[in-house]
Design a protein around this ligand. Sequence first.
Ligand code: 4AD
Ligand code: MG
Length: 449
Amino acid sequence: MRDTIEMAKDIWVGDVQAGKYDNETVELKGWIKRARGSNKIRFVVLRDSTGEIQCVGKRDALGDDEFDSLKNSIIETSVILTGVVNVDDRASGGHELTITSVEIVGPVNPEKPFPITESAMSAADGGETEFLLDNRHLYLRTSRMTTMLKIRSTVFGAIHSYFRNLDFLEYQAPNFVAGAVEGGSTLFEVPYFGKKAYLTQSWQLYAEAAMPALERLYTIAPSFRAEKSRTRRHLTEFWHAEMEIAWASNAEVMEHGEGLVRHIAKTLLEERSTELESLGRNLDDIRRFADTPFPRISYDEAVRRLQEKGVEIEWGEDLDYSKEKILTQDFDVPHFLTNYPKIAKPFYHRVNPEDDKYVLCHDLLAPEGYGEIIGGGERTWSEHEILQRLEEEGGPTDAYQFYIDTRSYGGVPHGGFGLGVDRVVSWLSGADHIREVIPFPRDSRRVTP
Ligand code: 4AD
Ligand code: MG
């Protein structure tokens, strides 16, 4: 193994702006974000993945050929600019590059300029117009989207570190499956060599099969839901962080849900404060999410609170977004709802042995109107109970034979949860819509680009 990799690029704009190269000559590789000037002097804002810096080129210093190549370079041209780093308080970021040489790498045809213009962006007003969605592959380079993707990367990293620090094993389940986990109405059917298969809604059932082998397991993987309605918190393909743990009760699983969300908030504060602030997020809010214990109320208590607020709701209904949104007004940190009615939840939830109208489960709702980010609970683990639950549901059981089998050989109490990663990124970044935080959002109307 080599301990150093020779890198084609080893100087980053972010490091230059951090003062690591003051008064030195550096070679910067990146893309032109903005350019202006005259026939004698050009001001070019160069961006790379780490930041941006104003660079100044003069005809006198560069000679006609290099100056003209710079002058003709329009937005998103990729370039290598060599120059001297000047400390300059007036410059954005405190530094400016005096260009001594210009190399154009990937030119942009002036007849087909970069379509994501300032005016297209301001028309969108932080939202996502169809135009920006059609040009998503180019929109990714804008600072807002880049910022979202950095926050997203940190959230994924935090999920891995939370579980790995606690000795959970990462485990993968198939994406082509034969049956529903979360109910048939959101199943995606795919032709499968003359038969039917489905895209998985959740890793859970296959994780339960591995639970007696690994005891503590987790994943981050895509899940699929044929959600017809387009809402600010639904995707048809979303990233799902799920965990399963042997011997654990609903209360213990909730401790992990809370621990994970607080760890994500804490990691964002450590790694992405600048990015969060650039989106207008108040860091005090994120600190509160990292530091304050999450309250817990029962489903019945939630229904009572909603009824008090004049919301029409019948006991036994699952809580949809409109109702969750109203509930979240009572809290300024995430909060658990526990003990849902059996009729509101899928077959795998364990019936409360003290009252069989309820199951031992929880949802975690994010505050500020965001609503459900986690669903989880204890599993029906004994063979006769799972058979009974499947019979009550009345559907075909062929696809679940493997699942029943796992209970026939040394079943044990266990539980787990699923966290919608895109929803968490959306909430913590303060986005208006889940589409804003995933590179290529999929909904009922869009699979392109
Ligand atoms: O509540 P859900 O449906 O629970 C499950 O899938 C369980 N099998 C998880 C488990 O126990 N292992 O989904 C879990 C979470 C939701 O709380 C939500 O955050 C997210 O997944 N989610 C979605 N995110 C974006 N778009 C969608 N269409 C989503 N559906 C669920
Ligand atoms: Mg749910």
